[in-house]
Design a protein around this ligand. Structure first.
Ligand SMILES: Nc1nc2c(ncn2[C@@H]2O[C@H](COP(=O)(O)OP(=O)(O)OP(=O)(O)O)[C@@H](O)[C@H]2O)c(=O)[nH]1
Ligand SMILES: [Mg+2]
Length: 282
């Protein structure tokens, strides 16, 4: 089943962003540090072209630190220092991000600076706004599309920050990217098939994170060598069985995805810069 998710409120948000952008001083584009290319919305590239933008790799505490270092180098070379990695629940880090962003832009200092927080669903935009405000202004939660309407908060230092609903784009052409989005929690459960996403994820984890899998699931040799074997081993260990001892694939798949999202398997990144290098012509 192809993964596609573009509900009506995202279209409305796209129009809102388009109208709002001319009056904004800087955009914090909140990406998921575990998948900073797959979580970058091409619509935002178009809509925010005219405004300074900082790429914020959020949830760095869940990402593989080695991958994050590589991503910072990658983006800072491409975007000239406009990329940071943070934990959105950390007040100091979120404030430094906003302060640095506001300092570097040319703006009308007679009025408050306007900072817009934008990105795909579930990357931590509202969490960042709450950290900046020092109190819970916006609802947050570990399912996508929690925020349905934009919200403004007046901060110290003459700064207004605007939280916006997460948006995707109408057609997710790259289905590997869509699987990474689904694995990270950016896609509604109703628009994805857990078994399919778990299969994709298991294949990837086997290639890059064998040690973490061994430790988390106490897997003995012979170590699973295929995605199906891994999901079966995890499901068996977690007791995801139907009557007659048959494996419940749906439940086993959900265990893998849930534990990946929450960081229980370890600090995992779902892509590295090298995964996006275009092969040089022969
Ligand atoms: N571990 C970790 N969790 C985070 C971080 N930032 C946010 N979260 C969690 O991620 C989930 C989503 O956070 P939200 O702030 O609701 O995300 P959002 O981008 O506003 O989501 P939408 O409103 O649906 O677009 C919540 O469970 C947060 O607690 C972070 O830096 N690290
Ligand atoms: Mg939100």
């Amino acid at each position: 089943m192809a993964i596609q998710w573009f509900p009506g409120h995202m279209l409305e948000t796209k129009e809102f962003l388009r109208q709002m952008i001319p009056s904004v001083d800087v955009v914090l584009e909140v990406l998921d540090a575990r998948l900073p290319i797959s979580s970058a919305n091409p619509l935002l590239d178009k809509i925010c072209k005219s405004v300074p933008r900082v790429k914020v790799l959020n949830k760095k505490d869940l990402a593989d630190p080695n991958a994050t270092t590589q991503w910072l180098t990658y983006f800072n070379e491409k975007f000239h220092g406009q990329c940071v990695a943070i934990n959105g629940t950390n007040k100091t880090e979120t404030w430094k991000t906003v302060d640095d962003a506001v300092k570097t832009i040319n703006r009308n200092k007679a009025r408050k600076a306007r900072v817009m927080v934008a990105g795909i669903p579930n990357t931590g935009k509202s969490t960042i706004m709450n950290s900046l405000a020092g109190k819970k202004i916006a609802k947050t939660g570990n399912t996508p599309a929690i925020t349905r309407h934009q919200q403004r908060a007046g901060l110290k230092n003459k700064i207004d920050v605007y939280d916006t609903p997460g948006i995707l784009w109408p057609i997710l052409e790259n289905q590997s990217g869509a699987c990474r989005l689904a694995a990270s929690g950016a896609i509604s459960d109703t628009a994805m098939d857990y078994a399919e996403v778990a299969h994709f994820t298991a294949d990837y984890l086997l290639e890059r994170y064998e040690a973490q899998l061994r430790e988390r699931y106490r897997l003995k040799d012979p170590f699973p060598s295929t995605a199906n074997e891994l999901i079966e081993a995890i499901g068996t260990r977690r007791g995801c069985l139907k009557k007659g001892g048959i494996l419940n694939w749906q439940k086993a798949s959900e265990v893998l995805i849930r534990e990946l999202r929450s960081g229980k398997i370890g600090r995992i990144s779902l892509e590295f810069p090298r995964d996006h290098l275009t092969p040089s012509p022969e």
